[in-house]
Design a protein around this ligand. Sequence first.
Ligand SMILES: [Zn+2]
Length: 435
Amino acid sequence: MPAICKLARQRLHWLGLSVCLLTLAPEAAHSQDMREVRRTVRYLTSRHLHGRGYTHHGDQRAAAFLARQFKSLGLVPFKSAAAYTQPFPLTVNTFPGRLAVTVDGHKLQPGQDFILAPESAGGRFTASVVYFDSLALGQEGARQQFLAQPLQAVALVLTQPDYQRIQAQPLLAQKLGEARALVILVPGKLTASLAPRQVAQPKLLVAAPAWPHAARQITLVLDACLQENYRTQNVLGYIPGTARLDSLLVVTAHYDHLGELGRHHFFPGANDNASGTSMLLQLARHLSQPSHRLRYTVVFIGFSGEEAGLLGSRYFTAHPLFPLDKVRFLLNLDLVGTGDTGATVVNGTLHPKEYQLLQQLNTGPASVGPLSARGRAANSDHFPFSEAGVPAFFLYTRGGIAAYHDVDDRAETLPLTRYNELFQLLSQFLTHLAH
Ligand SMILES: [Zn+2]
């Protein structure tokens, strides 16, 4: 433990050192910038940060890193934020301890073979396996047979499509709750999420091909912990405008992710959203240099709780640290580590003038590829601001990797295809807005 902490401090020191070098040489080579970006993404996705969730201080370590960076860049903290942070409570189910699943003597691999439903309970037992009969969904005889079957001592196995269909039939859905455990066989990729509650039974999501054919017995050792009113934090600071102190541009990115899957596995969240967090830091680094300072004040916010339901941005818009009606524009960055097929701008259709500006700037060989505009969508932290009347874009890149909310969203395979081009586009966009 102490050795890990020491290593992390050295890394932070390294980051601080590179910042100074960049500040002295603003025209630093492109490759040097990308080394810096890679270093940030590697740190945020490292084991030391435990998937930036709510166990083993994952979120707090990520927040401390961001605050250190803000301080070294000379960002100003808001008076009401202690050391760049705005604390808020959230309730979330977590899996920080033991995790082992054995089926007929065959051990399933966490992350690859199975994940946990976000609301899963823990448990430690061996149980026989019973398979759900799909006929019970439509045929009265099979349905009655299923409803009469005792499930308290068994693990019930069913396919994800059947599980979803059952939700429309309250009696069957209630019956599922009686099983000792549920094993849901997922036909496609495993995609994890978070829940603010814990149910009474363990619930596994198993990749269908990983489930041994006609298996008869399962042994489960699983710790689940509902973190109630856990204190997490948004991280924010600003660069004062040179002319218009009360007109704000806001750049946001969530730094949290899905946390741990037992003691030995975690969700790295490289694209989601170490990519956006690093872009936010690069923009802060650029705009904090005296020659690049904008006329408008630029606020940078790293949100927590996004994966748990946009909780950090919802909390912020309910408890803003600046008047929301002073925001000229907000730019939210989430999933910006690819770009083979361009980028999408959520809210692009709501703000045609600003979207047109983005398109005008996105030309020539250094473009990020084709842009496309979407309408309103509650899919990232721009949304609570949009609902509060703040003009905002949420930008994400397209193409590249398929990893999303899984253990494969790793720093080593994050392509950062159009990262530099996107950085240029966004810094120009902010500069134009401030004129
Ligand atoms: Zn996400």
